[in-house]
Design a protein. Structure first.
Length: 83
């Protein structure tokens, strides 16, 4: 099932839920489809973020966003240790 088909099914189940309610089986299907959709969105976002860079204007150094976040977290951890 393609993502467009999954979204259409999610919407159909949502409309049915409002109109007449869902069976337990349909509720499980809806939950699984929603989880699949959320996982897909997260994977796409991670992929996009992995392609981005932060440019240090002073040094001209380009750092991948993922590496930048790791460095920032490491610096924050060191600051806490020094307190």
């Amino acid at each position: 099932m393609t993502m467009d088909e999954k979204i259409a099914r999610i919407n159909a189940l949502a409309h049915k839920a409002k109109a007449e309610g869902l069976t337990d089986e349909e509720k499980e299907e809806q939950a699984q489809l929603r989880r699949d959709y959320i996982d897909s969105v997260k994977a796409n976002l991670k992929s996009q973020l992995n392609a981005l860079y932060v440019l240090d204007e002073k040094t001209g150094k380009k750092t991948k966003i993922v590496d930048f976040e790791r460095e920032r977290a490491a610096r924050a951890g060191k600051k806490k240790e020094n307190r």
